[in-house]
Design a protein around this ligand. Structure first.
Ligand SMILES: *[C@@H]1O[C@H](CO)[C@@H](O)[C@H](O)[C@H]1NC(C)=O
Ligand SMILES: *[C@@H]1O[C@H](CO)[C@@H](O)[C@H](O)[C@H]1NC(C)=O
Ligand SMILES: *[C@@H]1O[C@H](CO)[C@@H](O)[C@H](O)[C@H]1NC(C)=O
Ligand SMILES: *[C@@H]1O[C@H](CO)[C@@H](O)[C@H](O)[C@H]1NC(C)=O
Length: 476
C-alpha cells in the first residue's frame, strides 16, 4: 500500500465516521424532539429526507386557506389541511417556511400528509369511491422559530398561506362545533339545542353552514344577532386549476358529505375554551346529574382523560317538537341503543377528531373514558329505532325545566311572530331518497351530498345557500 493510498483510505474512514456520528446525532435529536410521535414517525421523517417525490401541479389538491402552528405540541407542529386524491407515503409537499418576517431566507422542507380519517380511501363504504379526502400535512418546528408565512411549490405553481397560532386554553367553558349544516329544515331542534347546551354550560357555538330552509336560516340569524352563535360559511368547493380540471371530478361531486371531517377538525382549532364537543342539532350530552361543564371538568382535570364518551339514547317527545309544541321536552322517552358515542374533549389536547371518538391527542398518554351520562339523540325517526327503554331518567336541563321550556316557546314565537311554520318531511325524504340511490351503486358514485343531491334538493325547496368565500386555495 503506498503511503498516499493509505492516507486516502484513512481520510475516507474519517469521513464515514463523521457521517455515522452525524446520523446517530440526527436520530437522537429527532427522537428527543418528538416524544409523542414515536419511532415510526421519526423513521418516516428520516427516510423521507432520502426518498420521495414532490406533489406537482398535475395532482388534484385544494388547500384550506390558513396554515396552523400548533403550540399545544412540544415542539410546535405546522399543520396544513387539504382535500386531495390519496397520496402515497413517498409523496410530499415542497414547502418554503418563512421565519421572522421576509428578511431571512426561507427554509425548504418536505411535508408529508396523513388522511384525517386514518385511511385513504375511507373505510366507510359510501365514501370509498370519493376522489377527494381530508388530509393533514404536518411537520415539527423548533420551539424558538416564529413562522410567518408558508409557500407550497407544486412544480411551477404555488400557494401562499398565512399562519395562525394555536395555544392551550384557559377560559372555562364548552364550545360546541357543528358539522356543516346542509339541507336542514328542523328549526325546532335548534331552539331546543341552544337552550339545552347553554344550560349545560356551553358558552360558544360554531356553526358551519352549507344550506338550510328559510325558517332554519332565520333561526340561525336570530341567535347570531344575539351574539350566541357564529355562522361560518362552508360553501361549494372551488374548481381545480384549469389545466387539470377536466381530468378529475369536481370536488363538490366527489367528496364525502361536504368534507365534514375537514370542517370539524378545523373547528376544534378555533375553540378558545377549556372544553369542546362536536354535536349535531339533534344531540345534547348530559351527565346523570348536575351541569355537563362541571361534571366534565371534574372528571378530566388533572387526569389523563382527554375525552369523555356519552352513549347513544334515542329520545322522543310527545307531542313531537316538530309540531312546534315543546311541552313534551319535560318528559322525554329514551330508547337506549348502544353506540355510536359522541364525546366532550379537553380542547388543550385534542389532536384529530373523528365523528364518534377522539382519534388522537397532542399528548399520547391521554385517553378517552366512557361515562354513565347520555347522548340524548332526538333524531327525526327516533321512535322507529328499536332499543331497550332506558331505566335512567336523564334530563335536558340541570335545573328547573319549566323555565327552559318557556324560553324555548317564547323564542319560537318571537322568531315567527306567533305563526309557527308547520313541519313537512318533504325535504328529509328527498335527501334520504337521493342518499339511497347512491348506496346501491357505491362502486361508481360517491356519497357527496353537496354536489350530487343539489338538483334533487332544489326541486323540493327554495334553499338558502352559504355564500361563496375564499375558504380554499388552489395553486396558481
Ligand atoms: C408530476 O408527478 C407525477 C406523479 O408523481 C409524475 O408522473 C409527473 O411526471 C410529474 N410531472 C412533472 C411535470 O414533473
Ligand atoms: C386539559 O389538558 C391540559 C393539558 O394536559 C391540562 O392542564 C388541563 O387541566 C386539562 N383540562 C381539563 C378541563 O381537563
Ligand atoms: C301542547 O301539547 C300539550 C300536550 O298534548 C297540550 O296540552 C297543549 O295544549 C299543547 N299546546 C299548544 C299551544 O297547542
Ligand atoms: C322494530 O321492531 C318492530 C317489531 O318487532 C319491527 O316491526 C320493526 O321493523 C323494527 N324496526 C326497526 C327499525 O328495526
Amino acid at each position: 500500500m503506498t503511503p498516499l493510498f493509505s492516507k486516502l483510505k484513512t481520510k475516507k474512514i474519517q469521513q464515514y465516521k463523521f457521517v455515522l456520528i452525524l446520523l446517530v446525532f440526527v436520530v437522537f435529536i429527532f427522537i428527543s424532539y418528538e416524544p409523542d410521535f414515536g419511532y415510526l414517525d421519526t423513521i418516516h421523517e428520516l427516510l423521507s429526507i432520502v426518498a420521495g417525490e414532490p406533489i406537482n401541479a398535475s395532482f388534484p389538491i385544494i388547500f384550506y386557506q390558513s396554515a396552523y402552528v400548533d403550540y399545544r405540541f412540544d415542539p410546535p407542529r405546522l399543520r396544513i389541511f387539504t382535500l386531495n386524491k390519496c397520496v402515497k407515503n413517498t409523496q410530499f409537499l415542497l414547502a418554503d417556511l418563512h421565519f421572522n418576517g421576509d428578511n431571512s431566507a426561507p427554509v425548504r422542507k418536505n411535508i408529508y400528509g396523513k388522511p384525517l380519517e386514518g385511511n385513504c380511501p375511507s373505510p366507510l363504504p359510501p365514501a370509498v369511491p370519493c376522489v377527494y379526502n381530508s388530509y393533514q400535512f404536518s411537520i415539527g418546528l423548533r420551539t424558538n422559530e416564529d413562522l410567518k408565512k408558508v409557500t407550497i411549490h407544486l412544480g411551477s405553481r404555488r400557494v401562499d398561506f398565512n399562519v395562525q397560532k394555536i395555544f392551550k386554553k384557559t377560559t372555562k367553558g364548552i364550545t360546541v362545533c357543528l358539522q356543516p349544516v346542509y339541507y336542514y329544515s328542523q328549526w325546532q331542534n335548534i331552539v331546543l339545542y341552544i337552550e339545552a347546551w347553554r344550560a349545560q354550560g356551553a358558552t360558544r357555538f360554531i356553526v358551519y353552514f352549507h344550506s338550510a330552509t328559510k325558517e332554519t336560516w332565520r333561526t340561525l340569524e336570530y341567535y347570531r344577532d344575539l351574539g350566541m352563535i357564529e355562522i361560518k360559511p362552508w360553501p361549494s368547493f372551488p374548481s381545480l386549476p384549469i389545466d387539470i380540471a377536466d381530468k378529475y371530478p369536481k370536488v363538490d361531486d366527489s367528496v364525502y358529505i361536504n368534507a365534514y371531517y375537514l370542517a370539524m377538525n378545523i373547528c376544534i382549532l378555533d375553540i378558545k375554551t377549556t372544553l369542546g364537543t362536536i354535536a349535531d342539532f339533534d344531540e345534547v350530552m348530559v351527565p346523570t346529574k348536575g351541569r355537563l361543564l362541571d361534571y366534565a371538568t371534574k372528571e378530566m382535570k388533572g387526569t389523563k382523560v382527554g375525552a369523555l364518551a356519552f352513549d347513544n339514547h334515542y329520545t322522543s317527545f310527545t307531542p313531537r317538537i316538530d309540531t312546534s309544541n315543546f311541552s313534551g321536552v319535560a318528559s322525554p322517552k329514551f330508547n337506549f341503543y348502544s353506540g355510536p358515542y359522541k364525546y366532550v374533549f379537553n380542547a388543550s389536547v385534542i389532536h384529530v377528531a373523528q365523528v364518534h371518538w377522539a382519534a388522537s391527542f397532542t399528548d399520547s398518554s391521554m385517553r378517552s373514558k366512557i361515562t354513565d351520562g347520555a347522548l340524548l339523540h332526538f333524531r327525526y325517526n327516533a321512535e322507529d329505532r328499536n332499543g331497550t327503554t332506558s331505566e335512567k331518567n336523564f334530563r335536558f336541563f340541570p335545573d328547573d325545566h319549566s323555565t327552559h321550556i318557556k324560553n324555548i316557546e317564547d323564542t319560537a314565537h318571537k322568531l315567527f311572530n306567533g305563526v309557527m311554520p308547520t313541519f313537512s318531511s318533504k325535504s328529509n325524504d328527498a335527501l334520504q331518497e337521493c342518499v339511497n340511490k347512491v348506496i346501491p351503486v357505491e362502486d361508481k358514485v360517491c356519497l357527496s351530498t353537496s354536489g350530487i343531491c343539489k338538483a334533487e334538493m332544489d326541486k323540493v325547496n327554495d334553499w338558502v345557500y352559504a355564500e361563496s368565500e375564499l375558504l380554499f386555495l388552489v395553486a396558481t
